[in-house]
Design a protein. Structure first.
Length: 101
């Protein structure tokens, strides 16, 4: 659990300061927050900002693995229903020829 300084979460204060001053380095963020009454070290600022970048925040990419897994499960169900992978493959090849793809 994060410590609080003056009622405000220090990590939230760091993030807010960084949003207002995107080019500020950890030492400048630490000094700027000290003027506002929030005591944090430059090392702590660096850690908080590093964790934010690692988490990705709003820029987090979606994993496409969920869709691929769902497709594999569906293919397995088809193969089981057709009586095996070879029979399912033969049926799909025949369908492909019929559809002209």
């Amino acid at each position: 659990m994060a410590r609080k300084s003056g009622g405000q979460n220090r990590s939230a204060a760091i993030r807010a300061y960084k949003d207002k001053n995107p080019d500020a380095k950890p030492k400048a963020v630490s000094e700027g927050l000290a003027k506002e009454g929030v005591k944090v070290s430059a090392g702590y600022v660096s850690t908080v900002l590093s964790n934010e970048r690692r988490k990705g925040g709003k820029r987090r990419k979606k994993r496409s693995g969920g869709k691929a897994y769902a497709d594999l499960v569906q293919a397995k169900r088809l193969a089981d229903a057709m009586g095996g992978v070879e029979k399912a493959r033969d049926a799909l090849n025949a369908l492909s020829k019929i559809l002209g793809a």
